[in-house]
Ligand binder design. Structure first.
Ligand SMILES: [Fe+2]
Length: 302
């Protein structure tokens, strides 16, 4: 089918794999109601031949069932409307049996999906927003790092990112220089690899994933997943660690105006912004418009 015949969903979202729920949300119930781009929908979980199968039904969006693809992956339910632009990204660490898979819940945030991702990619805010955990003064400088567009998978990667952190992970014994690798797997999905020197080497790095569910252009559910090489911390401690960090980010995001992301200009771009700049250029190259602030636009908050 042609994606051009689906005017009801924002064009940028057609063909994208988009997260809608964590499979954990189905522990107590077979159905959950949620939203995508302002459209209410129901996700139904059935067990067929011992396999969990999900079906999605929109309340008032005229889409043929054959145009809706659904899959469960990495503990989440994903939707793609229309022809996929590319397959859902690979996350090999999720399949490593000894690694701890820790879904950390979903956070409602009044911001655009793109600001949610951009904030996740930004190391410069660590000492100011996550003081004493992910950063602290006077170690505020972001050292130069490498950014590349990996054309074969259409992803943006930043490597050789180093930051001195007081408490890099729940199991960190002391401050450490932490090495990060950032991966933007699609416009709404970003993954952070954090080399954990205290770890036992089950996976090369701890993994923190941010999957954005766009409720509207200015309201998101941010789903977080961690995959950790940590055999000692309790699940509760690991979830609380991530919750604490995200709770610090939420008010910053909600006060960042405009809520939508202007793509054309970065205030005063510095070397620290190389990844954000690459992300914005990549969105421009894709003709991406969802959650983008136009200079002439008065912001309507949905
Ligand atoms: Fe943050």
């Amino acid at each position: 089918m042609s994606n051009q015949h689906l005017p009801s969903l924002a064009p940028s979202l057609v063909g994208e794999w988009i997260v809608l729920a964590s499979e954990q949300e189905f522990v107590q119930q077979q159905q959950i109601k949620t939203r995508l781009d302002g459209h209410n929908l129901t996700i139904q979980q059935d067990i067929i031949h011992a396999e969990k199968v999900y079906q999605i039904r929109f309340d008032a969006l005229d889409i043929a069932p054959s145009d809706i693809a659904v899959q469960a992956a990495y503990g989440f339910v994903w939707l793609c409307i229309g022809t996929e632009k590319k397959p859902l990204f690979q996350l090999q660490e999720y399949d490593v049996a000894a690694a701890r898979r820790v879904p950390c819940g979903a956070y409602g945030v009044r911001t655009s999906p793109l600001r949610g991702i951009e904030n996740f990619l930004d190391m410069a805010h660590f000492p100011y927003v996550h003081t004493g955990i992910l950063g602290a003064e006077p170690e505020t400088a972001v050292k130069p790092y490498q950014v590349e567009w990996r054309e074969e998978v259409d992803e943006i990667w930043a490597t050789e990112c180093f930051f001195t952190q007081p408490l890099a992970a729940p199991s960190s014994p002391q401050p450490q220089e932490t090495e990060y690798v950032y991966r933007v797997a699609s416009p709404l999905n970003a993954i952070l690899y954090k080399v954990n020197t205290a770890a036992e080497g089950i996976i090369p790095a701890d993994v923190v994933c941010l999957f954005i569910q766009p409720l509207s252009e200015t309201h998101i559910r941010a789903h977080l997943l961690m995959i950790l090489d940590d055999q000692t911390s309790s699940i509760t401690d690991m979830v609380l660690f991530q919750q604490k960090i995200f709770t610090q980010d939420k008010p910053i995001l909600e006060n960042h105006l405009p809520l939508k992301l202007p793509l054309e200009k970065l205030e005063i771009p510095t070397k620290a912004d190389a990844l954000a700049t690459a992300y914005r250029k990549w969105l421009i190259a894709k003709n991406w418009s969802y959650g983008v602030h136009q200079n002439t636009q008065r912001e309507h908050v949905a």
